[in-house]
Design a binder for this molecule. Structure first.
Ligand code: ACO
Length: 396
């Protein structure tokens, strides 16, 4: 991988300024989520995240994100019932998943199975509000079932069916672990989903909006976003954080690990964010959820390593505005919940599908296909070279 380019470049010939990673370049207008990266504040549709995390549920937050207002009690009951009714996935999808290699990454399994839903539900009525509502319900309902199904399938077992008497988050943990979860564990997991549900124009959401702008079906929109979320610089970092904490091994090693990483220009996983110059507000809440989990279900020594790393990073990375992001503490919560490490990012996807769908709907409301320009840096026009006259090109 080449060295990251984060300085803007003024193109000599045209005078056009190119900002790598589109930093600071607005690519859309959106009324869904607001981030104050200096103060560490995040709100969904005007509601502070801290209030949602205390008062709301993941399904209510999903409704708020997608339709812009909190649902009435009846609207919420209807939405919850619809989602519950659509949790099952077709035996055809389950059979397809049985053909996936058990060694494959669950994010790849999720991307393929999410895309396969488009085969079952026609895209013809993309501007019909009922089609949009049904697609939202299906995706919110079925993504957790597909994540849990692949977990059992790769262990050589048949997926278990959703349980109608369990709420959304409790049912997912049940389908995954085959045990009815403790109510506190289910509530904490539900709050984790809320915290991950939306975060403005991050890479996967941008990917979702670009795909949406072609007017393709919502299953393709979600599948493209899942593929983007999987990368280690984005959602995939939550998996790498635990590997890093294990490698550090003890709080006493945290400072030396950081010094070595900084000296060798290696990124410290779970730190840094394009939008925040302070600790990510989601990391603040996730840390308190982790502590709640440990108080109830037993301590995790890796938490001590994480805290030592955060403390050591304060003087080393803090002056550059690099602090823990959402991925830093989430893995510790998931680990305590009994979620396997390579499912951390699929769990992130279960939550973020709410944000992707909110952006899909918003994009459809004022659509223009994304087609940015580029600055050509290749060769000028040149003459064709006959095959027999060519020599092997260097670096090809
Ligand atoms: N560890 C050490 N240094 C870092 C880190 C980090 N985690 N993050 C940024 N920096 C440094 C860079 O080395 C660079 O330093 P330089 O100016 O001296 O060259 C400077 O900070 C700017 O870094 P960029 O990578 O250009 O920042 P960008 O905004 O492009 O990237 C990103 C943000 C990708 C999140 C980055 O901080 C990173 O790679 N973090 C680690 C991976 C991670 O945790 N990703 C999850 C992010 S949250 C999410 O997507 C859900």
């Amino acid at each position: 991988m080449g060295v990251a380019q984060n300085e803007e470049i003024r193109h000599e010939k045209t005078g056009i300024v190119f900002r790598p990673g589109l930093e600071g370049v607005p690519a859309t207008q959106s009324a869904i989520c607001d981030i104050d990266g200096q103060l560490g504040r995040l709100s969904y549709r005007g509601y502070p995240l801290e209030d949602l995390a205390v008062h709301s549920t993941f399904l209510e937050t999903t409704y708020l994100l997608i339709w812009g207002e909190l649902p009435s009690p009846q609207q919420l009951r209807d939405f919850e019932e619809e989602v519950q009714m659509h949790r099952r996935v077709s035996f055809r999808v389950r059979d397809m998943m049985k053909c996936f290699p058990a060694s494959g990454h669950p994010m790849d399994a999720l991307q393929s199975s999410a895309a396969s839903l488009g085969l079952f539900y026609s895209r013809r009525a993309i501007d019909d509000p009922q089609y949009i509502y049904d697609a939202v319900v299906r995706l919110i309902a079925k993504i957790p079932t597909m994540v849990a199904a692949f977990q059992l399938i790769r262990k050589g077992q048949d997926p278990i069916q959703p349980r109608d008497d369990l709420a959304y988050s409790a049912n997912f943990l049940y389908m995954l672990t085959e045990r009815e979860p403790d109510p506190l564990a289910a509530r904490i997991f539900d709050r984790c989903l809320m915290l991950h549900a939306e975060h403005s124009l991050n890479a996967s959401t941008f990917s979702a909006r670009v795909t949406a702008s072609t007017l393709t079906d919502p299953y393709a929109v979600v599948a493209s976003a899942v593929g983007t979320l999987a990368g280690p610089l984005h959602g995939g970092a939550n998996e790498d954080v635990l590997a890093m904490l294990e490698e550090i091994g003890s709080p006493a090693n945290a400072a030396a690990y950081l010094d070595e990483a900084i000296a060798s220009k290696r990124k410290v996983m779970g730190f840094g964010h394009r939008e925040y110059r302070v600790k990510d507000p989601r990391a603040v809440i996730l840390q308190s959820l982790a502590e709640e989990m440990f108080a109830r279900f037993g301590h995790d020594d890796l938490y001590d390593v994480a805290r030592a790393l955060e403390e050591a990073a304060d003087s080393r990375l803090g002056p550059k505005g690099i602090y823990p992001n959402v991925d830093f503490y989430s893995g510790l919560v998931y680990r305590k919940l009994g979620i396997p490490r390579d499912l951390f990012t699929p769990v992130f996807a279960i939550a973020r599908v709410a944000g992707w769908l909110a952006h899909w709907r918003e994009q459809l409301g004022a659509n223009r296909i994304f087609r940015p320009s580029q600055i050509y840096t290749g060769r000028p026009l040149r003459s064709w070279v006959a095959r027999e006259s060519r020599v092997p090109a260097a670096g090809a």
